[in-house]
Design a protein around this ligand. Sequence first.
Ligand code: ATP
Ligand code: MG
Ligand code: MG
Ligand code: MG
Length: 469
Amino acid sequence: MASLNDIRSTFLNFFEADAHQKIHSAPLVPQNDPTLMFVNAGMVPFKDYFTGAATPPSPRATTSQKCVRAGGKHNDLDNVGYTARHLTFFEMLGNFSFGDYFKNHAIESAWTLVTRDFGLDPKRLLVTVYIDDDEAAAIWKKVTGFSDDKIIRIAGSDNFWAMGDSGPCGPCTEIFWDYGDHVPGGPPGSPDEDGDRYVEIWNNVFMQFEKENDEIVRDLPKPSVDTGMGLERIASVLQGKNSVFDTDLFQTLIGASAEATSTDPHGDMAPSHRVIADHLRSSAFLIADGVTPSNEGRGYVLRRIMRRAMRHAHLLGAADPLMHRLVPTLVAEMGQAYPELKRAQASVEDTMKQEEIRFRTTLGRGMGLLEDATRDLAPGDVIPGRTAFSLYDTYGFPLDLTQDEARRRGFTVDTDAFDAAMEEQKTRGKANWKGSGQIASTGEWLALKDRLGPTVFNGYDAVDGSGEV
Ligand code: ATP
Ligand code: MG
Ligand code: MG
Ligand code: MG
């Protein structure tokens, strides 16, 4: 059985043999791109090559790019644990043509890799093209011999990519795997496309036009190609598993958390193990790339991810900090492909341990408060915003952590009332600050900062946006 590590190599070697320069993943924190929270696609580090602002070292490149989709516009945080295919951290395998080859070669290469090198059965594959991309549809037909119903035309933005209101844009074509009719879900473009039966494994973007102020104004003189294949998704297909969490790497991580907590990795606790494994990866890789947990911006997204994992560790009954104990297993699995993770191992462990020690001082009591607040609620009821705010303000529960716990119990949270309580405290905080006397010690100041920090946090959504891909 091909492991994740084998599959990554197969992909990169395939394109390297086809004159693509192999480039190591860029860090998760975007370099020179303040509009974007985290790198969330393989093309992000190459934006300037596509716009022509910089010259690429080679006209073709291939990478396995670390991606985080949490806390920005592409936010899969709430999906994790609930779908079989979404992770907050994943590796996006890609091949890129910077004004070199275009649709023909991209589609032929994708098909060769998927059916010859990966050996997937063409009968279980299908593709989508943008509604008016007759060229891509014709190439697919020629290359695969598919009937028209396996080359699905899609009108929406899923099959048309744009860098922003201005810049390169163009149609996409995506490859899907059919897990079979025992899995619920419909084909792409159908009302139940979000099920787990048809899973998107590879997106090929054809940058062909240029936009100005959201309008296509001209053809690009040298069209380009940008592709992205989720490593964990192709691994689940190749390993005959219905879920990314059943692949070799995740089974090893889940085995480690099950052993460390003496709990059953299957059964009732399975979702907690899945969340822990995913969040372990995203937080470890973020810390290795220099992010530290804090109350604002990127650091707050990291804190949210870490605390969610720690809540699940608590659900597993972990008596001591858990996350840092899982790091060696992660490093053993991924440290060779990502030496930066190995190099940062000690600081990753330490950061996780400190954060978990800190959060555990309030976590148990916060969970108790939530328990009391929800005892008399019926499924579908709403948890008052005040309760969520107390959890946030006094117990350090990020709102989405409370929402996630509420969802597990069948409730929702009144977020408008939460926002109102936050606003109120902000006003009060400012008034108190003026009136209050001196702060005696650094410890006190830190405690105050920790408590008030989130109230001055002006929203990570503000950072994200135009850099969205
Ligand atoms: P989906 O529709 O399943 O959410 P997407 O259309 O948002 O995926 P793209 O932006 O096209 O994904 O990214 C390219 C590829 O990256 C996808 O085809 C998929 O294989 C992988 N991918 C995207 N999001 C995730 C995720 N959250 N976890 C794991 N793999 C992902
Ligand atoms: Mg998505
Ligand atoms: Mg999609
Ligand atoms: Mg897609």
